[in-house]
Design a protein around this ligand. Structure first.
Ligand code: NAP
Length: 298
């Protein structure tokens, strides 16, 4: 249980509701900052502002998946008020206060660093990334169905990258009956792709592997689907780019050639916000329980 732990949830979207639910269930004292328009009444959670909350009593501060902007602004869909996290706020927290965020940027790195507060980037964790790949894949299947006039079954699909998302994408399209080829750069990845019963190829060979493709799904956050590669694709090929912005596709060239290429960021939050929130809530609760236990042991 998190009895006695004081946690401020600062901004966010529907995913934060699952975090609030989980933490109140575990008996934490929860402060909601940037939630003034939230109708849901959570018992054990108090709405307030960053100026009102007793920062010097906080054990943790939870930011949204996006963290802050480069000037400290925190996104919140449940308020019209601007919420800005500043270094002076962190300075007022106790030294053990941990800042949790999905991702980080130079601003957030700097204010946590300058105040010596621990920053946990939840989306860098393997467990979160692997759980998150599940709704990501479901969103990808949805997009492929929406944007093609053929079945996934027996279609020719290339998946680029065998990381946490790539592996789940490849396995799911294979299970749906597609002919799946997976491109990677490491020999051990090619071995794994072979073991999975899929067709492996080196990314350096990509432009020679796309001439019969129906769907190309990129998971690599680097320029991989270049103009050269796109020029070898059939006109009907659909490119879905899952990699973080700006993706790994030459969208300008794809458009010029009339190839449909879509950047599809944030699919978990779009297709399954509740599950996406539960994934973060589960891992966050585990980390807070560990923090609380370690704190008691000191
Ligand atoms: P990951 O586990 O780190 O996998 C990335 C893969 O890309 C690895 O196989 C890596 O190969 C390969 N790679 C990276 N740079 C490369 C390069 N320059 N050339 C060739 N291969 C390269 O990451 P992930 O968790 O699967 O996430 C993949 C991307 O999807 C990220 O950008 C992530 O932000 C994004 N994402 C998007 C959504 C969405 O909704 N669209 C959801 C979740 C994640 P090596 O192992 O050889 O380095």
């Amino acid at each position: 249980m998190l009895t006695g732990q004081q946690v401020a949830i600062v901004g966010g979207d529907a995913r934060q509701l699952e975090i609030i639910r989980k933490l109140t269930e575990l008996d934490a004292t929860v402060f909601l900052i940037g939630f003034d328009q939230l109708d849901h009444g959570f018992t054990g959670a108090t709405k307030c502002s960053l100026e009102e909350v007793k920062l010097d009593q906080l054990d943790a501060l939870v930011l949204p998946v996006s963290g802050t902007s480069l000037n400290g602004e925190v996104e919140t869909i449940f308020s019209n008020e601007k919420v800005v996290l500043k270094e002076e706020h962190l300075q007022q927290t106790p030294s053990h206060c941990t800042v949790f965020s999905g991702i980080s940027n130079d601003y957030l790195n700097q204010i946590t660093n300058d105040t010596s507060r621990k920053l946990v980037k939840l989306f860098e964790r393997d467990d979160v990334a692997i759980y998150n790949s599940i709704p990501t894949v479901e969103g990808t299947v949805m997009m492929v169905i929406q944007h093609t006039d053929i079945t996934i079954h027996q279609s020719n699909v290339a998946v680029l990258g065998l990381g946490r998302v790539g592996m789940s994408v490849a396995r799911t399209f294979d299970a749906l009956g597609a002919n799946v080829a997976v491109g990677a750069r490491r020999p051990e990845h090619l071995a794994r792709i072979t073991e999975m019963g899929l067709k492996p190829f080196y990314l350096s060979e990509l432009e020679n592997k796309v001439s019969t493709l129906d769907v190309c799904i990129n998971t690599i956050p680097a320029p991989i689907v270049t103009a050269q590669v796109i020029s070898k694709m059939p006109a009907h090929t659909l490119v879905i780019d899952l990699a973080s912005k700006p993706g790994g596709t030459d969208f300008r060239y794809a458009e010029k050639r009339g190839i449909k290429a879509l950047l599809a960021p944030g699919l978990p939050g779009i297709v399954a916000p509740k599950t996406a929130g539960q994934i973060i809530a589960k891992v966050l609760a585990q980390l807070l329980l560990e923090n609380a236990k370690n704190g008691k042991g000191e």
